[in-house]
Design a protein around this ligand. Sequence first.
Ligand code: GUN
Ligand code: FE
Length: 438
Amino acid sequence: PPTTVQAYRASLLHFHADPAFNPDACLWHEDGLLIVADGKVSAAGDYAQLFPTLPAGALVIDYRGKVIMPGFIDTHLHFPQTDMIASPAPGLLPWLETYTFPTERQFGDPAHAREVADFFLDELLRCGTTTAMVYCTVHRESVDAFFEASAARNLRMAAGKVLMDRNCPEFLRDTAESGARDSEDLIKKWHNKGRAMYAITPRFAPTSTEAQLRMTGELAAAYPDTFIQTHVSENADECSWVKSLFPDARSYLDVYDHYGLMRERAMFGHCIWLDDRDFERMAETGSAAAICPTSNFFLGSGLFDFEKADAARVSLSLATDVGAGTSFSMLQTMNEAYKVARLKGSYLPAARMFYLATLGAARSMQLEGTIGSFVAGAEADFIVLDPKATPLLARRTERCNNLEELLFALALLGDDRCVGATYAAGRKVHERASTTQA
Ligand code: GUN
Ligand code: FE
C-alpha cells in the first residue's frame, strides 16, 4: 500500500538529554512541523524548513497555538485499582487490606477485567498518557483482558500478572510454581506481540516467599528483554516488615538484588527510603526508579530524594501509582513532584519534569528511539497540549516570558483539560470535545 504521510503544524517540544545534566537538552520549535509516515515519525523541526520537503498532496493538520509533544509515559500504576482510587485509609498496609485486595479479587472474571481495562486505557489517553507500566492482578485473565484492550487501541504498554504467594488473602494467592508457569505462558503469549511488552511483576517482597523470588529471578534471567516491576521502600511500616522477613538482607532493595531482580528494564516503584548504597546499586545494575508523588502524599509514605538519586545518576521517571495515586494526569503528577523536590530542599525545573515524563521514562525502559521523543523512526505517539485550555491558563500563559515559564504553568495548573488530542502510532485515539483545529 502507498505510504500515508500526515503533518502537524504546532509548537513542538521534545528532548534529547536530561535537562538536569545538559543545558541544551530541550528541543523547541515555536513554529514547528511533525511529519508522520505510516505511524512513525519521519521528521520534526521548523515549519519553514520542513514544509518544502513534504510530498505533494500531504495533509497538514493545523494545530497552531498548541504544543505537540511525545505522549506521556507513566511507569507505575495498577489498572485494577481504577475503581478504588481515592479510598480513605491511614497508610499503605491498611489501605491494601481494606480496599486493594478485595477490589483485585474481582479480576478473575474476564468480562469485569476487560470492562475496567477499557475504561482505564481511555482515561490514560484522555490524560495524554500513551505508554504505561501496568500491574494487573494475580489472575492470568486480568493480563489477557488488559493486553486485548491495549491491542484494540494499538498502544505500547507493558504489563504483567502480579506474583504473590504469601501474606495476602487466600483468594489472591498463587504459588512459586504456578506464578512462574503462568508468567512464562503470558510472556510467550504477549511479549513483543504488536506493541505489547511483558513485565514480570512480583508485587513486593513481603508477599513473595523466598522460593517465589528465586523462581522470579530465574524467569527474569531467562527472558532478559522482558520488564520487571515491583515496589520498594515506600513506607516505614513496610520497610520494618521487610527487615523482619529478610533479616539477612543488607537493605530492602538488597532482597531483590539477591534474587537477580535488579537489571536493565527493572522498574522499582517509590524508592523513598533507599540509602546511598542502594542508589549506587540502582545505577550499577541499570535499574530505574518510578517516582510516585501523588501516591506518596496520599498515603503519607514519604518524599523522594532527587538529590541522592541524581548524585548516583539513577534513571528516573514519574508515575501516578493509581489507585494509591490520586490522579491519572501526568501534569498533576508533575505538580506534586515539584512540591516533593521543594520540601526536600531541591528544585525541579519544568523542562526536567516534562523530560522525566517522556524521554526519561523511555530511557528508564530501554525504549529510547522507539517512544518518548521525535527522532526519525520513533513511533508516532504524541499529544496536543492546549496552553489556553482553561480561562486561568490562558491568562497565565499569555504572560509567560520564556519556555520554562510556559512549561511550569502547564505543569502546575494543567490536567486532562489541557490534552486537546492524543495520537497513538499516528492515529487519533482521543480528542477533547471542545478542541477544534485552528
Ligand atoms: N505495595 C504493594 N502493593 C502495593 C500497591 O498496590 N500499591 C502501592 N502503592 N504500594 C504497594
Ligand atoms: Fe503501586
